[in-house]
Design a protein around this ligand. Structure first.
Ligand code: NAD
Length: 491
């Protein structure tokens, strides 16, 4: 049975669904087949202006700020409930416009809902401080929202990533203009439907689907934006930071990674291989926190590689809708880029223990699950983010060397350690330059655990309680009660 989705989609501005002023559209394709499945009204500068104005008007109305925080929390709980009720529809959309399995798409919906319940529960726990200034003064701090938050999202987990930022923004009484990725925007538009059904005030959440170079650039460069949350590539992040510098805007930058898992000789090798396979082959490796490097002790190198190759060969490659293990890449361009990395690795002397090429006999954009051995730390395949199902394996002899290899790229998003020795795990975690360290399970953690990078992987944290502090700035209020009582308010 062929399953289809709605073919026409519009932008969500000021609480209404709008066509584009210029009448242009963005075609959306199914990456598993290459077929066009829908089109979306293409947002450009006119839509950016309208959405930012709607977000500004909502913020200026103080509707979110003046609401009792617990009531704002209820609003977020209601968005979560709507997302859960829409989970099957969201799953199909994620399957068709992103390439995920139905289970993976459903997980997008449920994870998004979880962000809204998590941060909904935080609205009435964001407290200020009372600062003692002596007799005659009362001083307190307030976690104040920034205002209009511009949020730009990549295509790999669009709904989850949008949800983690939108939920934090609403929890802290900011308003939002969200720009979903042009390649897989539909589930983000469904977040707009969830907000509408939940009764979110008009203009509090606006969603614009446009290309990065015009809609995205116009949004982050808009004079009336107060705050930017960007999740995507380092290059785009750098261009957004340049635009933000003009207006001295605070930014959260969630960028790429080249994360390494270190396997010590005492590790449970089956577990290490299973976890590594999940770390690199999940969503065909299109994961910022993918375990794209395996740094393995020379004494167990072959045993771990053999296990990984066996796992890679067992993966069923195909469309997500068929429940496949290895699903497509988002576009032909992305597949070509990944295959180019593989050819480059082989020219540099790495050897494919398995894979290394596109899947030629299928429609859609599939790449073989790939494991490279004989990789040296200075090779491109060991240093640059591939964003595909390609693992680079690097041997080590001493623990210090393992740390040096793991830390030896420009990135610092995640790192991992496989060992039975907790003392060694602590030792390594202490030395790994990364925002998050996994021990014996790649992707351990969840909505509750702070996530973000160091170095070129960015800064600021999403997820967990830490994320909330990226969405508020401390305002200090110093009150002089009695002129005669003495003391001076802090300046
Ligand atoms: P990308 O940078 O090409 O695009 C991301 C978003 O930015 C898209 O919505 C795009 O339209 C927009 N954009 C492009 N140019 C823009 C501009 N000049 N101004 C404003 N917006 C612009 O990234 P991608 O290829 O969609 O996603 C893959 C990258 O995202 C990888 O590097 C991956 O590691 C990273 N990522 C990071 C995280 C994280 O949490 N750290 C999560 C997921 C993905």
């Amino acid at each position: 049975m062929t399953r289809t989705i709605r073919s026409e989609w519009r932008n969500f501005i000021g609480g209404a669904w709008k066509d584009a002023a210029a009448g242009r559209r963005i075609p959306i394709e199914n990456p598993a087949t290459g077929e066009a499945i829908a089109q979306v009204a293409r947002a450009e500068r006119a839509e950016v202006d309208a959405a930012v104005a709607a977000a500004r008007a909502c913020f200026a109305s103080r509707v979110l700020q003046d609401m009792r925080p617990a009531a704002r929390g209820q609003l977020l709980f209601e968005i979560a409930a709507q997302l859960k009720a829409m989970a099957d529809d969201i799953a199909l959309v994620e399957c068709l416009d992103n390439g995920k399995t139905l289970a993976g798409g459903r997980n997008e919906a449920l994870a998004a809902a979880r962000y809204f319940t998590y941060y909904g529960g935080a609205t009435d726990k964001l407290e200020g401080r009372m600062i003692p200034l002596g007799a005659g003064y009362v001083d307190y701090t307030v976690p104040a929202p920034y205002g209009v938050s511009a949020q730009v999202v990549p295509w790999n987990f669009p709904l989850q990533i949008a949800a983690r930022s939108v939920a934090c923004a609403l929890a802290t009484a900011n308003t939002v203009v969200l720009k979903p990725p042009e390649l897989s925007p539909l589930s983000c538009l469904m977040l707009g439907e969830a907000c509408e059904r939940a009764g979110v005030p008009k203009g509090a959440v606006n969603i614009l689907v446009g290309y990065g170079h015009d809609c995205g650039a116009a949004l982050v460069g808009h004079d009336d934006v107060d705050h930017i949350v960007f999740t995507g590539s380092v290059r785009t992040g750098q261009s957004i930071l340049r635009a933000a510098a003009e207006r001295v805007l605070p930014c959260v930058m969630e960028l790429g990674g080249k994360s390494a898992g270190i396997v010590f000789p005492d590790a449970d090798l089956d577990q290490a291989a299973a976890s590594t396979a999940i770390g690199i082959f999940t969503h065909a490796g299109q994961v910022c926190s993918a375990q794209s490097r395996l740094v393995v002790h020379r004494s167990v190198h072959d045993q771990v590689v053999d296990r990984l190759v066996a796992r890679a060969k067992r993966l069923k490659i195909g469309p997500g809708i068929e429940g496949s293990d290895l699903t497509p890449l988002i576009s032909a361009a992305q597949r070509d880029k990944i295959e180019g990395f593989c050819l480059g690795a082989e020219q540099a002397g790495a050897k494919a223990a398995t894979g290394g090429r596109r899947v030629a006999d299928r429609a859609g954009h599939f790449m073989q699950p790939t494991v490279y051995v004989g990789v040296a730390p200075d090779m491109t395949i060991a240093r640059e983010e591939v964003f595909g199902p390609v693992l680079a394996v690097l041997p080590f002899d001493s623990a210090e060397e393992a740390i040096a290899i793991a830390n030896g790229t420009d990135y610092g998003l995640c790192a991992g350690v496989y060992t039975r020795d907790l003392e060694r795990a602590h030792w390594a975690a202490d030395r790994l330059v990364a925002g998050q360290v996994f021990v014996n399970e790649w992707f351990a953690g969840g909505v509750e655990t702070p996530f973000g990078g160091t170095r070129r992987s960015g800064y600021g944290r999403e997820k967990g309680q830490e994320a909330l502090f990226n969405y508020v700035q401390t305002k200090n209020v110093a009150i002089r009660l009695d002129r005669q009582a003495g003391g001076r308010p802090g300046g």
